[in-house]
Write a protein that binds this ligand. Structure first.
Ligand code: UDP
Length: 360
């Protein structure tokens, strides 16, 4: 039996890999397994996703979290190389832009196992972001590049990657939001649990290193939240919780901190928010999928088309700009189709199965 491994490690990758795992499960003659690097390991950042998204437990569970970028990537590379040499998967799939993605791609390509990169061709054009380095390096060692839209494919070709390696398939997160939104209909209602009225709150997430690691930016963001005055619900990433404490920053009274929530609860919170405020890549898109205006706490974004069509306002970390944008956020009338038809995962699996190593 042929086998394909997906490397995951961080929260957004569990969501992306879930729909790909389900698409593989619909195929005969190929096994699909997960390697979990352990980059995110808390129950509410990892375990809950495996239960809720109904994905099989990882075949290999590594425990490599909480290290510097170099140490983390190096240990992942070493341990995944050993696994790949022993198990000899016929292809390896990596997702997005994390250290797990880069390490998985490098480990596989060096021993001539074909690598497929999902969410290829995205660029923030900010090389100070660790994610940007991971994306660029991964794209350039991959055999199959799955671009979510034509602009990402154009970027890859502009960087000299041959068109034959690139497929425009749409965005697996769009697939996930369709699949799991449907499944939230009968899910326990997080709004009731939190005593929230639909439309009465802004939903916020903050976790990017560029915001959390700078006292000035983190303070700017929370001051901006205070100026908004209206209720803001914020499922707090552990990194941000740690940095707020380290910098001694106060959380304004209108900001309701909650623990990170599972994906289904997150989709419900998004669906019923007045607007979404975030520095997350995935949440910017989910805001659009849910037709909610998004305010992005960054100076640039990989998802520029959302800014171009008016669904996303890039405001950075300045308090006044955040407050003004959140207070005035309104959904445009037009909702262009930007991320495919919700069948990206099936297209990805079909293309992976055409690799010589798998087609034989
Ligand atoms: N998410 C979640 N619970 C939360 C916060 C986020 O399920 O408390 C989901 C969110 O819906 C999206 C993904 O996690 O699908 C985004 O992950 P994150 O923001 O950590 O990473 P990024 O997309 O910025 O790489």
């Amino acid at each position: 039996m042929k086998k394909v491994y997906s490397v995951v490690g961080a929260r957004p990758q569990f969501v992306k890999a879930a729909v790909v795992a389900h698409a593989f499960a619909r195929q005969k003659n190929v096994e699909h397994h997960l390697i979990h690097t352990g980059q995110h390991f808390d129950e509410n950042m990892s375990g809950v996703f495996f239960d809720e998204l109904e994905i099989p437990a990882p075949l290999h569970q590594l425990e490599i979290g909480g290290l510097s970028h170099g140490a983390m990537t190096g240990r992942m590379l070493e341990q995944m190389e050993a696994i790949f040499l022993k198990d000899r998967p016929d292809a390896v799939i990596v997702y997005g832009d994390t250290n797990s993605t880069l390490a998985g791609a490098l480990a596989a390509v060096k021993i001539h196992i074909p690598v497929a990169h999902i969410e290829a061709g995205l660029r923030s054009m900010n090389r100070a972001m660790p994610e940007e380095i991971n994306r660029i390096a991964t794209d350039h060692v991959s055999d199959l590049l799955f671009a979510p839209h034509a602009a990402a494919a154009d970027q890859l070709m502009a960087e000299g990657i041959p068109a034959s390696k690139i497929s425009i398939v749409g965005d697996v997160m769009f697939d996930a939001s369709i699949t799991y939104s449907r499944a939230t209909e009968n899910a326990p209602d997080i709004l009731n649990a939190l005593n929230l009225e639909p439309g009465s709150y802004a939903l916020a997430t903050v976790h990017r290193a560029e915001n959390t690691d700078s006292r000035e930016r983190l303070e700017g963001i929370f001051t901006g939240f205070r100026l908004v005055g209206q209720p803001i619900v914020l499922p707090l990433h552990p990194r941000t919780r740690g940095k707020l404490a380290e910098f001694g920053l106060d959380v304004p009274a209108n900001v309701r901190l909650i623990e990170p929530v599972g994906f289904r609860a997150m989709l419900q919170l998004e669906r019923h928010a007045r607007c979404i405020v975030t520095d997350s890549g995935g949440v910017q898109k989910e805001a659009f999928f849910m037709r909610k205006p998004c305010v992005t706490l960054r100076d640039e974004t990989e998802w520029t088309e959302l800014v171009d069509c008016g669904w996303n306002a890039l405001v950075g970390a300045k308090a006044q700009a955040i407050a003004a944008a959140v207070t005035s956020a309104a959904a445009p009338t037009a909702w262009p189709s930007l991320y495919g038809e919700g069948d990206a995962s099936d297209k990805i699996v079909a293309r992976v199965l055409t690799l010589p190593a798998l087609a034989g």
